[in-house]
Write a new protein. Structure first.
Length: 539
C-alpha cells in the first residue's frame, strides 16, 4: 500500500510539473473577446502548432479578465492582463476578473484582480521587481508588485489617455495622446521631460535607441539625452488607434536592429503590407511582406495589435480576422513569417468571435553576465566599468536591462554608482576593501554579481573627479557617438586596433561613425585637463 501511495504521489507531482510548464513552450494570444457576450481571454499556441483555448479560464474555474482585453505582458514571474472595463455584463459563463488581472506567468494561476485602476485600462510595464506602471484612459498609476496594490497617479500624466509604455535601462517612455512621449524617471516616479508630438506608439530597438511613430513619421529618440532625429515614411502611413485604443502593430526585433509595422489606408482602415525599417541604415522597405487572403470578396484584415516579433526565433506573428462584419469575424488566423518576409505557417483558429488583441511571448531565460565582468579590482582613482555589453538576455532586448548597485559593504572606502550611460563608476573615498553587489534586471528576472574593490586613495585630484564626468555613448554605436564632459574638448581621435588613425570629424559633441566597418576601435578624448581612452564597439 505504501508503494501505491508513493507511486500516486510521484505521478501527481509529475502531472503538476507538466501542467506548470505547458505555458512556456509556445506563445500567448490575448483576446479582446466578443463585447456584450464574453469577458477577455487568452489562448496558447504551442510550438507544435496546437492551440489551447481559454487557458486562463481553464486553470481558474471559468474566471476571465475584464471587458475588451487589449493588452498583456509578462514581467518577472507574473502575467499582467489589462482590460478597458472591469466586466462584461452580458457574460454568464465566465466570471469577470477586472481591469487588471495578475497571474503566474507559467501556470496562469490567478494571483489578484482589480476593478479600479484609475481609469479604463490601456497597458502595463514593469519598472523594477517591486513596482510597475499602469497606463489608463486617465494617466499613469503606480502598482505595488510586492503587496499587489494599485497606488496613486503619477503627477503630470493625467487628463488624457496614455497608451503603450517601454522600460529602458534608465527611464520609462510612455505615449500620451496628442501630447507626446513622456519620459519618466523610475527612481522618483516623476516626468523628466516630454517629447512633443502626436505619437501613436513607442519601442526600443536592439541598439538601445528609442523610436516613436506618427502617422507618416518615425522619430528616433536618444535614450539618455532625448535628442531626436526625424525619418519621414516615404509613401505609406501608420494607423493610430486612439479612437478605439489597441497596442498597435509597431514592434521591434530583439535579434536584429530592425522595426516592423503594418501600413494603413487611413485611421480606420488597415493596409495589406508589413513595413520594415532598418535602424542601422535608416532605410524603409514598405513592401517587406503582404498580408495573406487578399483575393475574393471578403479579405483578411489585421486586428488589434496584429503584429509582434518572437524575441527568440525572430519570427513575425501576424493575427488577422475576416472583413465583412457579422459572422465573418468568427474567422481568425495566425500567420508566421521568417525575418526575410517569407510566410512559413498559417493556423486558423476555431470559429468564434475571438477578436485577437496582442501576442505575448514567455520569458524563459535569465540574463547572462559575461565572464569579462571582474570579480576584483584595485582602484586608486575614479574608474569606470562599461556594463552595456557585459550582460545579455536571449529573450529580451539586452539594451533595456536595468543595472543598479544593490549594496556596498564599505562606502567609506569606495563609492559605487551606475551612471546614465550604464557605466559602473568606482570612486575611492579612502583606503579599504568593499564588496559591491551589482544587480542586472532583465524584464523582472534578476542576476546579481559581487565585485570586490580594493581602494587606495586619499583625496581625489581635480582630474580624477572630472574623469567620472566624461561620457562616451552609446556603446556599441551604429551612427552617432556622443561625447559629454564639463571640460573643454580639444581633440577627439578614433583608432583601429592596429593603431591606425581613422579620419572622422568631431563637431558639437558628436562623432559620425556610421561609415565605420563593424568592429572594435579606441576613442581618444583630449581635454584641457587630461587625455582619456575608451574602447568602442561599432555595430
Amino acid at each position: 500500500m505504501k508503494k501505491f501511495y508513493l507511486f500516486a504521489s510521484l505521478f501527481l507531482a509529475s502531472c503538476l510539473t507538466k501542467a506548470q510548464s505547458v505555458y512556456t513552450d509556445g506563445y500567448f494570444m490575448v483576446n479582446e473577446e466578443w463585447f456584450g457576450h464574453t469577458n477577455g481571454s487568452v489562448n496558447f499556441i504551442n510550438t507544435n502548432g496546437s492551440v489551447n483555448y481559454r487557458v486562463y479560464s481553464t486553470v481558474n474555474n471559468n474566471q476571465a479578465f475584464g471587458a475588451t482585453t487589449q493588452y498583456g505582458t509578462i514581467y518577472g514571474n507574473k502575467f499582467y492582463f489589462i482590460s478597458k472595463q472591469a466586466a462584461d455584463g452580458g457574460d454568464t459563463q465566465y466570471a469577470p476578473g477586472g481591469r487588471l488581472v495578475v497571474a503566474n506567468a507559467q501556470t496562469l494561476q490567478k494571483i489578484a484582480g482589480f476593478n479600479t485602476i484609475g481609469g479604463d485600462g490601456r497597458s502595463f510595464v514593469g519598472v523594477n521587481e517591486h513596482k510597475g506602471y499602469i497606463a489608463t484612459s486617465n494617466g499613469i498609476y503606480l502598482f505595488d508588485i510586492d503587496n499587489m496594490q494599485v497606488g496613486s497617479q503619477i503627477a503630470s500624466t493625467g487628463n488624457g489617455q496614455v497608451g503603450n509604455m517601454i522600460r529602458t535601462s534608465q527611464y520609462v517612455f510612455a505615449v500620451k495622446q496628442s501630447v507626446g512621449v513622456l519620459v519618466i524617471d523610475p527612481n522618483t516616479d516623476t516626468v523628466n521631460t516630454t517629447i512633443s508630438g502626436a505619437f501613436n506608439s513607442v519601442v526600443q530597438a536592439k541598439d538601445g535607441s528609442v523610436w516613436a511613430i506618427q502617422d507618416q513619421k518615425l522619430v528616433k529618440i536618444n535614450p539618455t539625452t532625448f535628442a531626436t532625429t526625424i525619418f519621414n515614411i516615404p509613401t505609406t502611413k501608420y494607423s493610430g488607434s486612439w479612437g478605439a485604443w489597441n497596442a498597435g502593430s509597431f514592434t521591434a526585433s530583439s535579434q536584429n536592429n530592425v522595426l516592423y509595422w503594418i501600413n494603413a489606408i487611413n485611421s480606420f482602415v488597415s493596409g495589406t503590407q508589413i513595413v520594415k525599417f532598418d535602424v542601422t541604415s535608416g532605410t524603409f522597405n514598405e513592401t517587406f511582406a503582404t498580408i495573406p487572403g487578399q483575393t475574393g470578396t471578403y479579405k483578411q484584415i489585421p486586428y488589434g495589435a496584429a503584429l509582434r516579433v518572437n524575441p527568440v526565433t525572430d519570427e513575425l506573428i501576424l493575427n488577422t480576422t475576416e472583413s465583412g462584419y457579422g459572422t465573418h469575424y468568427q474567422n481568425n488566423w495566425i500567420h508566421t513569417y521568417d525575418n526575410n518576409g517569407n510566410l512559413t505557417n498559417t493556423k486558423k483558429l476555431d470559429d468564434y468571435y475571438w477578436f485577437p488583441a496582442v501576442a505575448v511571448f514567455p520569458d524563459n531565460t535569465m540574463p547572462i553576465v559575461a565572464a569579462a565582468f571582474p570579480t576584483q579590482v584595485n582602484v586608486s582613482s575614479a574608474t569606470s566599468i562599461d556594463l552595456k555589453t557585459i550582460v545579455t538576455d536571449n529573450d529580451n532586448v539586452s539594451a533595456s536591462i536595468v543595472k543598479t548597485v544593490k549594496s556596498n559593504s564599505n562606502p567609506n572606502a569606495v563609492s559605487a554608482v551606475v551612471n546614465v550611460n550604464d557605466e559602473l563608476v568606482l570612486t575611492p573615498q579612502g583606503n579599504g576593501t568593499a564588496d559591491v553587489v551589482v544587480s542586472f534586471n532583465s524584464n523582472g528576472k534578476i542576476v546579481e554579481k559581487t565585485l570586490t574593490v580594493n581602494a587606495a586613495s586619499g583625496v581625489l585630484s581635480t582630474v580624477e573627479v572630472k574623469k567620472t564626468e566624461l561620457s562616451i555613448y552609446p556603446n556599441p554605436a551604429t551612427d552617432i557617438l556622443y561625447i559629454r564632459t564639463q571640460d573643454n574638448i580639444l581633440n577627439v581621435s578614433v583608432y583601429d586596433l592596429s593603431g591606425k588613425l581613422i579620419n572622422i570629424p568631431f563637431s558639437n559633441g558628436q562623432v559620425n561613425v556610421s561609415m565605420l566597418p563593424k568592429g572594435v576601435y579606441i576613442v581618444t578624448v583630449k581635454t584641457e585637463k587630461a587625455t582619456y581612452q575608451q574602447k568602442l564597439i561599432k555595430n
